[in-house]
Design a protein around this ligand. Structure first.
Ligand SMILES: [Zn+2]
Length: 108
């Protein structure tokens, strides 16, 4: 199966803004194929398989819909039903238990 090359960006400015908004000390967020981190190092992040699976699920959502359509729908969901009930978050939380979701993923 084809590999999915993903990136990890530590000390991300975007993740810092999101963390402030979410009132969270540690935060990971995905833009395209890059996981942006705030308050957590790449090494610490990768130590939590459930967390990696969650973010990889978001990467796959981007792959499926495309960058802008995903962002648009994600934000629309957040406005309509909020963060927790956002269907992309519901799917990503379910993916936390999916041990095979990272099979194709290679972190650069
Ligand atoms: Zn999420």
């Amino acid at each position: 199966m084809e590999k999915l090359v993903c990136h990890i960006k530590e000390h991300s400015f975007l993740a810092r803004l999101a963390a402030r908004r979410m009132n969270s000390e540690q935060l990971a967020m995905v833009i395209g194929k890059t996981i942006h981190l705030h308050g957590v190092t790449r090494k610490e992040f990768l130590r939590h398989p459930w967390w990696v699976r969650h973010e990889v699920c978001h990467i796959m959502q981007y792959q499926e819909l495309g960058l802008l359509p995903f962002l648009w729908r994600y934000l629309w969901e957040c406005m309509k039903v909020g963060y927790y009930a956002n269907r992309f978050e519901v799917a990503a939380r379910a993916a936390e238990k999916n041990t095979t979701i990272t099979n194709r993923v290679v972190f650069s």
